[in-house]
Design a protein around this ligand. Structure first.
Ligand code: GRG
Length: 345
């Protein structure tokens, strides 16, 4: 059945699976145009191939950003197919940023597998990221794009925000005193900008008027912040079998994530003990990691971050309503937003 004919809202799992079905063939066609060594690394990172280039069925990510793009087009009265180039573009930018992020952070596991840089080398992983970024811009240059210049600028703007957010992240990691406001500002660039862009691209590719594009962009931005808050909670308390990352992974690297910064900002004995632990040298390990997680919780960082995620999600849904999404797409975007922030159960 064509997507526009559906009347019943799908669950988040169905939306994400349907997104993969539609986006993956186009993503593969795009990645196939890359020079072969880079294509091989990209295919490994995306879960299609093993380290020797043989077919694999590994985790390629949730496809949250392309799902937002397709649904934003449908919410604007267009079809998912109208937005396919935008969906591929945001997924390429997202994966570019992950390839670089893993090198910068020295992370060895991503999506339950060794990170690309540990398999192919840091330089090769960086260059593969660069290739995906160039490809992302390229896929928007299709004949039926109603606003080629505008969509290129949207993507370029999001990449600049991403870079600024990532740089802020690196700077804050080195700083002793970090405020919650600084932490949220960093997340706005590092994470929310691409989710906002995903929504704006979908609406634009469906020919939506500027007010609807802006409302959907706002929805994506607030959702992006809520998503980062939820991701920060998973970075400390997430189940490694689900997250594909080691237990307490963000604490091990002394990351200034939202729960940590909120905890450190509280005037409590737990905050003071956490500060002593967190401001030492080298990675946190073993019992220190467990202790740090307990102190973040005792100092109120876990509860505060949950409350922030809830408030940001509600804000996002208010903005979604102002976009006046057509028919079932409002319910589907809501389901996806709740899933992305783990507020669906
Ligand atoms: C060097 C030009 C240049 C830019 C790099 C590295 C970087 C800029 C930005 C990093 C941005 C980053 C990694 C943000 C984290 C966002 C986040 C929560 C990612 C996880 O997203 P999921 O859970 O991933 O949607 P999956 O695996 O499902 O695709």
């Amino acid at each position: 059945m064509a997507t526009t004919e559906r009347t019943e809202a799908r669950t988040a799992a169905e939306i994400l699976a349907g997104t993969r079905d539609l986006v993956d063939p186009a993503l593969r066609t795009a990645v196939d145009t890359l020079p072969s060594p880079v294509r091989r690394i990209a295919g490994y990172h995306l879960g299609w191939w093993d380290e020797r280039g043989r077919p694999a069925k590994a985790d390629g990510g949730k496809a949250l950003r392309p799902a937002l793009t397709l649904l934003s087009a449908e919410a604007s009265g267009g079809t998912a197919r109208d937005a396919l180039p935008g969906a591929v573009a945001v997924e390429l930018v997202h994966n570019f940023s992950l390839l670089h992020d893993d090198v910068m952070d020295g992370d060895t596991t991503r999506r339950h597998r060794p990170t690309a840089w540990t398999v192919f080398g840091a330089n090769a992983a960086i260059l593969t990221g660069d290739a995906l970024l160039a490809l992302a811009s390229d896929v928007l240059t299709v004949a039926d794009n109603p606003d080629p210049g505008g969509t290129q600028r949207m993507l370029a703007g999001a990449v600049q925000d991403l870079i600024a957010g990532q740089l802020a992240d690196l700077v804050l990691e080195e700083r002793r005193e970090v405020t919650v406001r600084e932490c949220l500002g960093m997340a706005e660039g590092k994470t929310a900008a691409l989710l906002a862009c995903a929504c704006a691209l979908g609406a634009t590719l469906a020919g939506a008027p500027p007010e609807r594009v802006a409302a959907l962009r706002g929805f994506g931005s607030r959702l992006g912040l809520a998503f980062q808050a939820a991701d920060d909670l998973l970075g400390i308390w997430g189940d490694p079998t689900v997250t594909g990352k080691p237990v307490h992974s963000d604490l091990g690297r002394r990351k200034k994530s939202l729960p940590v910064v909120a905890a450190l900002s509280s005037d409590t004995p737990a905050a003071r003990e956490l500060a002593d632990l967190y401001h030492g040298d080298g990675p946190l390990e073993g019992p220190d990691l467990e202790r740090a997680a307990t102190l973040v919780e005792q100092a109120g960082g876990r509860t505060w971050t949950h409350e922030q995620a809830d408030a940001l999600l509600e804000d996002a849904l208010r903005l979604l309503a102002t976009a006046d999404p057509v028919a079932r797409t409002g319910a589907e975007l809501t389901a996806l937003a709740r899933r992305a922030t783990r507020r669906d159960h």
